[in-house]
Design a protein around this ligand. Structure first.
Ligand code: PHE
Length: 468
């Protein structure tokens, strides 16, 4: 390990301290995954059933993989490709990091489209058009018209990428940490207020029942795969984001405890989003099957029901855009750290080139909601399974690629790097207020249970041919 420390690049930047590290990592985890992707995955997965499987995967797979990624990053002090090179002998391991770099860029491409929508909705909130929507039908019409526009969604996703680029250029501590430290707590408080309003709406309780009562007849491979993908996506796992963020953590940090805080915060915010969306959905009489538009269709109706609705709407979409930004920054940072560390590019060069690639790939996703019918899913779609371009990418990169990445990270950590080294990396650090319970269980999960569980899902999917 000493040799790794000596040869690790020295000018990579570090978080300013413990709180900065936890908030930055929580900022990466908390984003559109919690507030946009989680509710619509719940709706597609039949409500409470999805929630239970998701929570199970967060505990059994998400948390262990999170700890594995943070340990790999902190020990190697490198980008994902360099980290695998440094810790795991053998030619193939750097490719796992490489897959992560590619996956991050491809996720960023569609993620920035939804992030662009949040900016568009911020504009609508400011102008008051949003808050006027009284029911699901009215707000559905606003949404459909907005996303079918051939220009705005492209421009806004470009704008979002530009802002991301700007933050990432600023470097680790200054750019990323500062944005998160203040705004994450503000988002939490606002979500609490919205949840309180949502639950007390007429029919609000039906939403809670939907969210927490599993309907086992809905159990299918797609639900299981979706929940697995969601657990990984929401915690920013399987593509090296947490390796990268762990690499900027000081050796004083206690990773086990930090990991736990990050997972609890992320899962809590997702559930809180559910407590807002589903009661409101039953109140507004909107479609549960609204797909990627769900949150955007449902939310305006709650603002309509609140005193100072415009203020709440503006605050909500501002904070959502910022939560998305702290996630897009981590998506971009993975690829940037790779090109800076391994290829010797400057931060600015790397960030600009990758953002441009992502923008090119974002365009078809931005056009996938009516502007170009061939990309928009349904019977006119030229894409596999009649999916729209964004949903297809969301499934491929956000579910499958992350799951493959997670399985390979587990195997590398457990079987090549070794559980004893992993556990001692995890437990090192001074800032520890309580010891790690169940260290054998964490080892067992990473070594056997996580890889086996993910593999089983994959085999079932391959055998049945039910990919999406
Ligand atoms: N976790 C982020 C979210 O929930 C998305 C993300 C995925 C970020 C993978 C980084 C890596 O919004």
């Amino acid at each position: 390990m000493a040799s790794i420390q000596q040869s690790a690049p020295t000018n990579r930047g570090q978080w300013t301290g413990r709180v900065g590290f936890i908030l930055a990592a929580a900022g990466s985890a908390i984003g559109l995954g919690n507030i946009w992707r989680f509710p619509y995955s719940v709706a597609e997965g039949g409500g409470g059933l999805f929630v239970i499987i998701y929570l199970f995967f967060v505990l059994a797979i998400g948390l262990p993989v999170l700890l594995a990624e943070l340990s790999v990053g902190r020990t190697s002090q490198r980008n994902p490709v360099g980290a695998f090179k440094a810790l795991m002998p053998g030619k193939i391991w750097p490719y796992v990091g490489g897959l992560g770099v590619l996956t991050g860029a491809c996720i960023l491409a569609f993620y920035s489209v939804i992030a662009g929508w949040t900016l568009g909705y911020l504009g609508k909130a400011v102008s008051g058009t949003l808050v006027a929507a009284q029911d699901g039908e009215a707000s559905g019409a606003i949404f459909t018209a907005f996303v079918a526009d051939p220009l705005w969604p492209i421009l806004l996703s470009g704008l979002f990428l530009l802002i991301t680029l700007f933050v990432v250029r600023g470097g680790v501590a200054k750019g990323i940490e500062r944005a998160t430290t203040l705004l994450m707590p503000a988002l939490f408080v606002l979500l609490l207020a919205l949840a309180a309003r949502a639950i007390t709406l007429p029919n609000g309780m039906d939403g809670l029942t939907y969210l927490f009562t599993p309907d086992w007849s809905k159990l299918s491979l797609n639900v299981v795969m979706g929940a697995l993908g969601q657990a990984l996506f929401s915690l920013s796992l399987g593509m090296g984001a947490m390796i990268t963020y762990g690499s900027y953590a000081s050796r004083r940090e206690n990773l086990w405890q930090s990991g736990l805080y990050i997972a609890v915060a992320d899962t809590g915010i997702a559930l809180l989003a559910g407590l807002i969306i589903f009661p409101t959905l039953f109140f507004a009489g909107a479609e549960t099957a609204a797909g990627p538009g769900l949150v955007f269709v449902v939310l305006p109706t709650i603002f309509n029901q609140m005193p100072l609705g415009t203020v709440f709407a503006v605050a909500f979409f501002s904070l959502l855009a910022i939560a998305a930004l702290t996630s897009t920054v981590s998506l971009l940072e993975v690829a940037v750290s790779y090109f800076v560390d391994e290829k010797g590019w400057s931060r600015t060069q790397a960030a600009s080139a990758i953002s441009f690639f992502c923008f090119a790939l974002a365009v078809p996703s931005a056009l996938a909601f009516g502007a170009v019918p061939a990309l928009s899913g349904g019977e006119n779609s030229i894409l596999p399974f009649n999916l729209d371009f964004l949903t297809l990418n969301n499934n491929i990169w956000g579910n499958y690629s992350l799951s493959i990445g997670a399985i390979l990270i587990c195997i590398g950590v457990a079987w090549v790097w070794g559980i004893p080294k992993f556990l001692s990396a995890l437990e090192a650090g001074e800032n520890r207020t309580f010891p790690m319970p169940g260290r054998e269980i964490v080892g067992l999960l990473i070594k056997i249970i996580c890889p086996l569980a993910i593999l089983t899902v994959f085999i079932f999917i391959l055998v049945t041919g039910r990919y999406f």
